[in-house]
Design a protein around this ligand. Structure first.
Ligand SMILES: [Zn+2]
Length: 155
């Protein structure tokens, strides 16, 4: 039997659900920064849906159908079950998911595809949940800082 003791977090538990959902890539280099962005936007806590590629998986036209279906269902589950009113969709530079799929097409093609995927994902969510607020960001490291560039919903 392990002799490790129970760890008690300094973070207080609040039983109410956050009203914001952030959908982003699992890439841990950006995790803390996404929470920082959310706080900057006035959200102390967020629901998260992280998977390699993030919002790419909400674009049914491009992503693998089964993967996309699972992620779309997960997003709907959170939005409906937790009464989410705002969604942040984030793509990031140097994403391994996109490199694995489109690496041979070059970084400019990939960046375009990421913006297309963000907008498709936003469109799908707004179709399913009229009135929901969706914000898109392209995340990019500059030296030692992480920049979140807002992406307009329409190209
Ligand atoms: Zn990624």
């Amino acid at each position: 039997m392990s002799d490790e003791k129970t760890f008690v977090s300094r973070v207080a538990y609040e039983h109410t659900h956050p009203t914001v959902l952030a959908v982003y890539c699992s890439d841990g280099r950006f995790t803390d920064a996404v929470e920082d962005l959310a706080q900057h936007l006035g959200h102390e806590r967020i629901d998260t849906l992280t998977i390699p590629g993030g919002p790419a998986l909400l674009n049914r036209w491009v992503a693998d159908y089964l993967e996309s279906d699972v992620v779309t269902r997960a997003a709907r589950f959170l939005i409906e079950g937790h009464h989410i009113t705002e969604v942040l969709l984030l793509a990031h530079a140097g994403c391994g998911y996109y490199n694995a799929r489109h690496g041979s097409m070059g970084p400019e093609f990939i960046a375009e595809q990421q913006l297309t995927d963000l907008r498709h994902a936003a469109e799908e969510l707004q179709k399913a949940y009229p009135g929901i607020n969706v914000h898109l960001y392209f995340t990019r490291p500059h030296d030692t800082r992480i920049h979140f560039e807002p992406v307009p919903l329409k190209a």
